[in-house]
Design a binder for this molecule. Sequence first.
Ligand SMILES: C[S@@+](CC[C@H](N)C(=O)[O-])C[C@H]1O[C@@H](n2cnc3c(N)ncnc32)[C@H](O)[C@@H]1O
Length: 224
Amino acid sequence: MTDNLELSHQQKRAFQPQRLSAPRNFTLPEVLAKSEVPLVLEIGAGKGKHALSFVQQNPDKHLIAIERTRNKFDAFTKLAAQQKSSNLDAIHADAIAWIVHAIAPNSIDSIFILYPNPEQHNPNQQWLNMPFFEFLLSRLKVGGEVILATNIETYIDNAEQQAHEAWCLPNIRRKVKSDSQRTHFEVKYLARQETCWQLTMRKPKDYQTRFDSWTIDNLKSIEI
Ligand SMILES: C[S@@+](CC[C@H](N)C(=O)[O-])C[C@H]1O[C@@H](n2cnc3c(N)ncnc32)[C@H](O)[C@@H]1O
């Protein structure tokens, strides 16, 4: 099993975390210094609908929700300020650079990627096609999950295939219930009677990536 894992995604072009500068005004959320609570990431949180209800429903978990588009992030922080949930950090940044600079290996319980940009003309930018996905998996704990949802059938087909063949991740594909309302995009697509899918991928025991011991401190020691 482990040999197969090494042979598949470790033949892919490797992501190069050392090339990414820290996002502007980068600071580490306090929770990362002292975390005893389960940590959850959301990538591309939009206006924060899912993030805001997730933290209310899961007071025992801490969510770090990342959104790079300024106007969506502003709408998100406005609502977050009203809700005042202490188990939420809303981050305005590109998630790739931010995760490289902030997140330790084997530290995240689950990762939500809900209705990512379809990238139909640039499939290399779909999350499971990116070399960064291997780095992301290195940040996940064993048994941790990546939860991806989309209304684009070709996106979920490709993600399912990549999860099996490239990343060797046990996964479950299902249709999103027609009354689900987790995000603004989910509400919009389901109101149009579109089918939405979810792929839940689990990091198995003994999973290996090329970044399992890579931390931002490695980089700092090289620079010195
Ligand atoms: C189609 S929207 C979905 C927003 C929200 N998840 C929803 O379902 O309503 C995709 C979002 O991902 C954000 N996004 C895309 N790539 C990102 C990245 N690398 N880092 C942070 N946010 C990103 C975009 O700015 C956009 O708001």
